[in-house]
Design a protein around this ligand. Structure first.
Ligand code: AMP
Ligand code: ZN
Length: 473
């Protein structure tokens, strides 16, 4: 079965095809770096990472670009309000450049902790102002944009397809926007490409004046064009990026190039808290550090954030994270079992037993991922495989095939403990001492050692083939 994706542009599931055979050009709207990314933001980036990994599993060469917005993103996501980074800088009485540099570094560290593959490039908006001005000049020359003093606006009525992504209609936007409309705009729905403000701290000189800075939307149009070309295969973001950000990106890029911008638009639903959005503004956010401070490993958070469907909102609770950690421990256990079974331990008598079942689980995993990244279905296939392992229905060859498949599946999920974890030497010694005590039939001592290890999070299980250990979930 071929890979199908839900395209927000057509609002349908579509078979996935690329502009160039075997190659995927993917742009992910990245963070505005004025604070620590919260785990809701990370859900959007983990969705992009999972998508990339699934494309790579299928053999595509993926060129992934994720921007860093370090200027121009205003508080209301459109043309009004302070620059988010400058507002933060004022609050902290620090230099805005220092603010964005610091949070960008931390953002990269968070991505790495969660096991996200590095993008091909992370372009910074502030380093692409000439490319933005080139597009703005082009849009003015083509009659899609107009200058009023030091500001430049995109004229939505000149681009009849405006609204095709969000379904919004210019006339209705007019009505809704009537109150806070800038008089200089020809139409209330027109949006800024370039703004001038002598008070703005991060500013550039252009032919529109000395105190200018770009609009947030033009940044992504210019950076995607620079790093991926005029046409993309996939553009992603969180659900709130759909309008106005992506709608405006489409208008700018398509008006400038005269070509379709991105074939597929994909949007991840929010991570929620108590049924509402987790957001910096609402102050209900957790960072990876908060999660680690509660005793969870980043890979357990990764699993929690990717195991649902990306188009289903996820309500975050500590119980859900705990349950996810336990579910991931089962997959770690599957890997450990398959490692043993492929050497014949605990395996079914005939080496090929269960080969068909392994192939069936693999097919189910792949068909799940192919259904618009149906991760829950894909994971169900892995749990089915665990059922077979627990019932010892796999022979050594089948277990080896299953382990190989699990390793590939984990290239997509990126959080299962596949290799045997080496324990610190003192714990190994304790385990050996317990074995000796058992041999001496000194069960009091062996139980004491088992309890001491349990207190350190190491669970021992006595099997016919010897003692095995796992971490307490
Ligand atoms: P921001 O830093 O607010 O511009 O958000 C960065 C990215 O995270 C955008 O793609 C947003 O759509 C996404 N995002 C923001 N809040 C959430 C949330 N609670 N859950 C999932 N994604 C989010
Ligand atoms: Zn963007």
């Amino acid at each position: 079965m071929a890979f199908t994706v839900y395209n927000s542009l057509t609002r349908t599931l579509e078979p996935f095809t690329t502009l160039e055979p075997g190659k995927v050009r993917m742009y992910n709207c990245g963070p505005t770096v004025y604070g620590r990314a919260h785990i809701g933001n990370m859900r959007a980036y983990l969705f992009a990472d999972t998508l990339r990994r699934w494309l790579e599993y299928q053999g595509y060469d993926v060129k992934q670009v994720m921007n860093i917005t370090d200027v121009g993103h205003l508080l209301d996501d459109a043309d009004e309000g302070e620059d988010k980074i400058e507002a933060q800088a004022k609050k902290e009485k620090r230099d805005p450049w220092e603010i964005s540099r610091g949070w960008t570094e931390l953002f990269f560290a968070d991505l790495a902790k969660l096991g996200c593959k590095p993008a091909f490039v992370y372009p910074k908006a502030s380093e692409h102002v000439p490319e933005m001005l080139e597009m703005i000049d082009g849009l003015i020359a083509k009659g899609f944009a107009y200058q009023v003093g030091g500001d430049v606006y995109f004229e939505v009525e000149k681009f009849p397809a405006y609204g095709k992504l969000s379904g919004n209609k210019v006339e209705e936007l007019d009505a809704g926007a009537r109150i806070a409309v800038r008089e200089e705009k020809k139409n209330p729905a027109d949006f800024a490409l370039w703004k001038s403000d002598p008070q703005h701290l991060m500013k550039w000189t252009s032919r529109f004046g000395p105190d200018g800075f770009p609009g947030w939307h033009i940044e992504c149009s210019a950076m995607s064009r620079k790093h991926l070309g005029e046409q993309l295969d996939i553009h992603t973001g969180g659900e709130d990026n759909l309008f106005p950000h992506h709608e405006c990106e489409i208008a700018q890029t398509e008006a400038f190039t005269g070509r379709a911008f991105s074939r597929y638009w994909m949007h991840a639903k929010f991570l929620q808290v108590d049924g509402g959005k987790m957001s910096k503004r609402l102050g209900n956010c957790y960072s990876i550090d908060d999660v680690v401070a509660k005793g969870f490993a980043p890979r357990q958070l990764r699993y929690c954030l990717i195991r649902g469907h990306y188009r289903t909102p996820l309500n975050f609770t500590w119980d859900i994270l705990k349950e996810s950690a336990a579910a991931l421990a089962n997959l770690d256990d599957l890997a450990a079992r398959l490692r043993r079974m492929q050497t014949g331990v605990d395996a079914s008598a005939s080496s090929d037993d269960g080969l068909d079942d392994v192939a069936r689980c693999k097919a189910k995993f792949e068909s799940g991922m192919n259904e618009d990244l149906n991760v829950p279905k894909a994971i169900a296939a892995l749990n089915e495989l665990r059922g077979l392992a627990l019932e010892k229905r796999l022979g050594a060859s089948a277990a080896a095939a299953a382990f190989q498949f699990l390793r590939k599946a984990n290239e997509v999920l990126g959080c299962i403990q596949m290799e045997e974890e080496l324990l610190p030497a003192d714990i190994e010694q304790e385990i050996a001492a317990r074995q000796d005590a058992r041999k001496r039939k000194d069960f009091k001592e062996s139980d004491r050692i088992r309890d001491t290890l349990l207190a350190q999070g190491i669970v021992l299980e006595d099997t016919p083939s010897g003692v095995v250990w796992k971490r307490k979930s």
